[in-house]
Design a protein around this ligand. Structure first.
Ligand code: DX5
Ligand code: ZN
Length: 230
């Protein structure tokens, strides 16, 4: 698969019509389906649980990219793994034994991801970068779609690109929150591999055009922002 990987977030879809949401994602050329799981504790809203992943699984061949915005993610991650999630990402801030959880996700055959909120530094992750397949950098405070990207969070993406190269690691770097036409270029230049897109994707009259605009941004020269095989 070639980067940038686009992961539309169904948080911004009509929950009463998830089949249409999946069709919209598939026909746009996006590669992943991002599922935002909110528990009403780690973040104020509540979205859905494992049944959503289980019900969507047979309807799409795209990767299911589960983003757990929950406390005690170790309690709920196994249910998503059993439901067919391809990627399970949890928050470092919500889990004491993050290293153990990342390894157990991998051991189940899925890809493990860890996420940090805007106030958490990259240094908090350094001891576990060798046991994750993805780092999700939140570029808004998690909990809601439609917020503005916090530009300084992209410095963390650059830092992760450097660390990955210096340590010879190969995790993907995902950016989540406020990714839209105004921010595509900055996100591309930061070197992010995966772009989560909620409101910009589902509000667009032409989602394929949004994907094309992202890919165009990745054709730009710059330190990051070049497509690469992953
Ligand atoms: C926010 C979620 C995001 C959300 C992004 O807490 O993790 O995945 O869907 O929405 P936009 O793209 O509208 O910022
Ligand atoms: Zn998300």
């Amino acid at each position: 698969m070639e980067t940038p990987i686009i992961a539309p977030s169904v948080l911004s879809a009509d929950f009463s019509d998830m089949r249409s949401a999946l069709s919209r994602i598939a026909s746009s050329g996006a590669q992943w389906v991002h599922l935002d799981v909110m528990d009403g504790h780690f973040v104020p809203e509540i979205t859905f649980g494992r049944k959503m992943a289980a019900d969507l699984r047979p309807l799409t061949s795209l990767s299911l990219d589960v983003h757990l915005m929950t406390e005690r993610p170790e309690r709920i991650a196994p249910a998503f793994l059993e439901s067919g999630a391809d990627w399970v990402t949890f928050h470092l801030e919500a889990c004491v034994h993050a290293h153990r959880l990342a390894r157990s996700i991998r051991d189940s055959g899925a890809k493990s991801g860890v996420s940090i909120v805007p106030s958490t530094p990259v240094s908090a992750l350094e001891e576990m970068l060798d046991c994750v397949d993805l780092v999700l950098v939140m570029t808004v405070d998690p909990g809601f779609g439609g917020q503005a990207l916090i530009p300084s969070c992209l410095d963390k993406v650059r830092r992760l690109v450097e660390i990955r190269a210096s340590r010879g690691l190969d995790f993907l770097i995902s950016v989540d929150g406020g990714v839209n036409r105004s921010t595509f270029e900055a996100v591309a230049r930061s070197g992010a591999d995966v772009l989560v897109m909620g409101s910009a994707f589902f509000a667009s009259p032409d989602p394929a055009a949004e994907i094309a605009a992202v890919r165009a941004a990745y054709g730009l020269d710059g330190e990051g922002g070049r497509p690469r095989r992953v």
